[in-house]
Design a binder for this molecule. Sequence first.
Ligand SMILES: NC(=O)c1ccc[n+]([C@@H]2O[C@H](COP(=O)([O-])OP(=O)(O)OC[C@H]3O[C@@H](n4cnc5c(N)ncnc54)[C@H](O)[C@@H]3O)[C@@H](O)[C@H]2O)c1
Length: 337
Amino acid sequence: MKTRVNLGADSYDIIIERGSINKFADLVNIKGKVLIVTDSGVPKKYSDCLASQFDESFVYTVPEGEQSKSLNRFGEIQSFLLEKGFTRKDSVIACGGGVPGDLAGFVSACFMRGIDLYNFPTTVLSQVDSSIGGKTAVDLDGIKNIVGAFHQPKAVIIDPDVLSSLPTRQISNGLAEAVKMSLTSDSELFEIFETKDILQNIDEILFRAIEIKRKVVERDVKESGLRMILNFGHTIGHGIESEEGLHGLYHGECVALGMIPMCSESVRSRLVPVLKKLNLPTEISIDTEKVISAVIHDKKMRDSTVNAVLVNNIGSYEIRKMTVNEIAQKLPLVVKE
Ligand SMILES: NC(=O)c1ccc[n+]([C@@H]2O[C@H](COP(=O)([O-])OP(=O)(O)OC[C@H]3O[C@@H](n4cnc5c(N)ncnc54)[C@H](O)[C@@H]3O)[C@@H](O)[C@H]2O)c1
C-alpha cells in the first residue's frame, strides 16, 4: 500500500509493506552518507538491517525513553555528524518510535540548516502518527516538544512486521491514537475495531489511520485549525497524564481515558467496549482537582475556556469552547475518586 502526502515541493510517499525493511534502500533514493538514529529498546537487528543497505552508514543509538529527547542528545548527534564529515547531500534515517523520530527529525532539520530525513517508524504510534506531518522536537526544562521545527521527511517506510517485537501494551498504546482518529473521521475504521480481530487487520487499520493523518496534515500543515482534531481526547488526557503519567500510564492510555467524557452517551456505549478489547483503561482513581488544575495549566487553555473536540456521532466531530467547569462536570464519567 502506498499513499502520498501532497505538500507541494515537500510532498512525500508513505509506503506500507510487509518486509519493506529488507528493501529500504531500493524504496528510497538516498545518495551519500547515512546516519541511522535509533534507541536502545528498538531491536538492533532493525538498524543493522537498514545500515547494511548503504555504502557509508553509521548507527547512533540513544538510551530508550523520553529523556533522550533533549538538547544534550541533539548536540551530541550534531557533533557526530560533523565528526563524520556529513554535508547537506547526506541523510538521516529515524529508526524507532516517536522518541528517536522526533529527535532525529530535529537533528536533520537543523544540521547545516536542514538535511534529508527518512522515517522508518517501528511503533504503532509512530507508524500512524508521529512519523507523518513533519513535527520534530526535543523537550526542555520538563516541557515536552518545546524546542523544535517543522521538517518534512523525504519518505516514510512502514513495515508492519517490525511490530512483532513490540510489547502488547505498546501496541494498544498506539492503537488508542488510531481509535481516536476513527472517532472523528472514519466510522468504518471504528467498526473494524468493534467487530474484527484487531491484530489480524492491523495493516488495514494502519493504512486507514495514516490516511486520516495524511489528510489532516495536507490541509493544515502548521497546526492552525483542522489539526486540532488530532487533539481529540487530549484535553482531559493531558490533565490525567501530567498527574498520573509519572506513575506509569502511557500517553495513549491517558488519551483513551480522555476521549470517554468527550463523546455523546451513544458513542460512549460503543467506545468503552472497544477500549476494553484493547486492554486500555476506561476509568481511573485520581484526584479530580489535580486533573483540573493540570488542564488549566495546559498551554491550550485560553481565557479560562478551551477549544474542545467532541464526538456526537462516530466519524464526525464538533469543536466547542468549553469552560473549566464544563470540563470538570464531565470528569466523573471516567474519574473515580
Ligand atoms: N512528531 C509528532 O507529530 C508526534 C506525534 C505524537 C507523538 N510524538 C512523540 O512520540 C513520542 C512517543 O512515541 P512512542 O510511543 O513511539 O514511544 P517510544 O519511541 O519511546 O517507543 C516506545 C518503546 O518501544 C520501544 N520500541 C520501539 N520500537 C520497537 C519494536 N519494534 N520492538 C520492540 N520495542 C520497540 C522503544 O525502545 C521504547 O522503549 C513522544 O515523545 C511524543 O511526544 C510525536
